[in-house]
Design a protein around this ligand. Structure first.
Ligand code: FAD
Ligand code: NAP
Length: 538
């Protein structure tokens, strides 16, 4: 099939964001190319096939809302869909809307250079394509963090990364396995690996708050009820703080008695899910004392589940308030540490000194293993963008523009990089939300923008960007977000500038701001250059 060498738009990435963007571009009648580094579509759900991988947003909410027919015809099987089911869903969407034929797989974009009129996009094929616009749908959690543990190359066993799991799975039966990392990927995979492994040693650097998922089959009746109300539910999610359904408590945790709070938290614990505990009171993310009531409750839960007091103490988070690092959803996570063949190594007391040929050496012993599982996370939000050599006006490198941390206008554009858009970029709610809601909002905004500006150059003004960056920082300062060394602030990657990257103002408020900006004729953006019609017809 011949593809245009000078399309209107290049889309980088074919996860849920890139695929929906492709769908919208086709409707707009624009020409495009879509490049995907992987050998399949689906992004996150294509790469992260580790045992236990599952969404922690409910299936009926973690789905596209742009087609009512699609919403009605797709049947989910569980409260929280597993990786394979989401991938099947994404592949179904791609088939149904005939998207896959336009995705160029196994093609990584290596550079993007603005020549004053267009973007020269180079891939590893190698090929250079000239496009008027470039849209990075490269994902916030797609660039695995470079592993910073000495001696990894000398290990004689198998090394597996949760973020690059083999498609035909791994059989751990009878094997001695180590897992390094206890974020969401570790928390989901550890109980499942424990079911197979002969011995499992978990190396934990930071204990996390793990909430019960309470996953269960989804009854056809419950599904029908939700589908019958989908328009209202979708609207509520879009207007909510995190793109999720659920009623936000309006009272302060500090106005309740200890007994009342306990009862409320017990109910939330029984319901399970990411938002239930946070939504109990209105000040859990804002006030340290209010937050401590939840943190204490969760620490008590851990010691009530884990039998060995030393292990229970090590598993109890102590260095950050609840919610300032991404909480995890678990299924039987803490219970796993009651199994005889599972051990926890607390790296705060005995750090890893090196990996050897036989296994993991800590300050006080060598743990010999056959398999090493790295659940060590991502260079989040900026990693995939900075992996591409992006150069804007006058050769300005994105890496230099962001040397002090990412700066954007609305998380949609970067000053100095005309006609370049980022989907769920830093400075937007993105990773603090149900990403499906945020992705659709960004793709819709960008698509409407492209339709309206008719080929003009659009670029964030430095002043608008400066104001937005200040607003994002102020909003974060009103919360407890800066109190943890989380990937939200880049603290997981050595040398990464410390900046609260996502916008904490909430998806409802953020949507209003974006809509206001476009209604005001793209306030804060500078439009220049001729329209497509003027250029095409002289
Ligand atoms: P991605 O799915 O990351 O897709 C980006 C694509 O771009 C990838 O396929 C990548 O290969 C490609 N790409 C990157 N760079 C290049 C390049 N230079 N050239 C070509 N292609 C490139 N979010 C939630 O809301 N709820 C959840 O429960 C949830 N669970 C998650 C579980 C895991 C294990 C992970 C890692 C993330 C999870 N997320 C969750 C976040 C998730 O990333 C988003 O929900 C969503 O899938 C992101 O879609 P995307 O298309 O923006 O990015
Ligand atoms: P993560 O949350 O960043 O966790 C990485 C873990 O590895 C942390 O425990 C970290 O410890 C540890 N680690 C990193 N480098 C280490 C080192 N050199 N030595 C020892 N330990 C090290 O990454 P993730 O678990 O992949 O999750 C990332 C995000 O993806 C999540 O927060 C979530 O947004 C999303 N996700 C969601 C789900 C889901 O439930 N649906 C599942 C997976 C991922 P420190 O904390 O001390 O740095």
């Amino acid at each position: 099939m011949s593809r245009p060498s000078s399309p209107d738009v290049v889309v980088v990435g074919a996860g849920v964001a890139g695929l929906y963007q492709l769908h919208r571009l086709r409707d707009l009648g624009l020409s495009y190319r879509v490049f995907e580094a992987g050998s399949g579509i689906g992004g996150t759900w294509f790469w992260n096939r580790y045992p236990g991988a599952r969404c922690d947003v409910e299936s009926l909410e973690y789905s596209y809302s742009f087609s009512e027919e699609l919403e009605q015809e797709w049947e989910w099987t569980e409260r929280y869909p597993a990786q394979a089911e989401i991938l099947e869903y994404v592949e179904h969407v791609a088939k149904r809307f005939d998207l896959d034929r336009d995705v160029e797989l196994d093609t990584r974009v290596t550079s993007a250079v603005w020549d004053g009129e267009r973007w020269a996009i180079t891939t590893d094929r190698p090929e250079t394509v000239s496009a008027r616009y470039v849209i990075f749908a490269t994902g916030c959690l797609s660039q695995p963090k470079e592993i910073d543990i000495a001696g990894l190359d000398s290990f004689r066993g198998n090394v597996w990364s949760t973020a690059r799991w083999p498609h035909d799975g791994v059989d751990f039966t009878g094997r001695r396995v180590a897992v390094i990392g206890t974020g969401s990927s570790g928390v989901q995979s550890i109980p499942v690996i424990a079911q197979q492994a002969a011995e499992l040693t978990v190396f934990q650097r930071t204990a996390n708050y793990v909430l019960p998922a309470r996953n269960a089959p989804l009854s056809p009746q419950a599904q029908q009820e939700q589908k019958a109300n989908y328009r209202t539910l979708r609207r509520l999610a879009r207007e909510s703080p995190a793109g999720l359904l659920g009623v936000q408590g309006e009272a302060s945790a500090m106005d309740a008695t200890a007994e009342e709070r306990h009862e409320v938290y017990e109910q939330a614990w029984k319901i399970g899910g990411l938002g239930a505990l946070r939504r109990c009171y209105n000040d859990i993310s804002l006030n340290l004392d209010a937050n401590r009531t939840v943190s204490d409750y969760l620490r008590d839960k851990i010691s009530s589940i884990v039998r060995d007091p030393e292990t229970a103490a090590a598993l109890a988070p102590s260095d950050h308030p609840f919610g300032t690092k991404r909480p995890c959803l678990g299924t039987g996570y803490f219970e796993t540490y009651n199994l005889d063949h599972v051990r926890l190594v607390d790296l705060r007391t005995t750090p890893i000194t090196t990996i050897t040929a036989e296994g993991v050496r800590t300050a006080d012993r060598l743990v010999e293993v056959d398999d090493l599982v790295l659940a060590t996370g991502f260079d989040a939000m900026t990693g995939a963008l900075l992996a591409v050599d992006i150069r804007g006006r006058h050769g300005l490198r994105l890496a230099d523009a962001w040397a002090e941390g990412p700066t954007t206008y609305l998380g949609l554009q970067v000053a100095g990089f005309p006609n370049m858009f980022t989907i769920t970029g830093p400075g937007s709610p993105s990773v603090l939300s149900n990403m499906m809601v945020s992705i659709e909002q960004h793709v819709d905004w960008i698509s409407d923008c492209l339709a309206r500006i008719d080929g003009h150059v659009i670029e964030a003004s430095p002043e608008a960007q400066e104001r937005w960056v200040a607003h994002v920082a102020e909003a974060a300062d009103q919360t407890l977000m800066n109190r943890a060394n989380s990937w939200y602030v880049g603290a997981n990657v050595p040398g990464k500038p410390r900046v609260v990257m996502p916008y904490v103002g909430g998806v409802g408020r953020y949507r209003e701001i974006c809509d206001g900006v476009s209604a005001a004729g793209y306030e804060g953006f500078v439009l220049s250059g001729g329209s497509a019609r003027e250029r095409d017809h002289g």
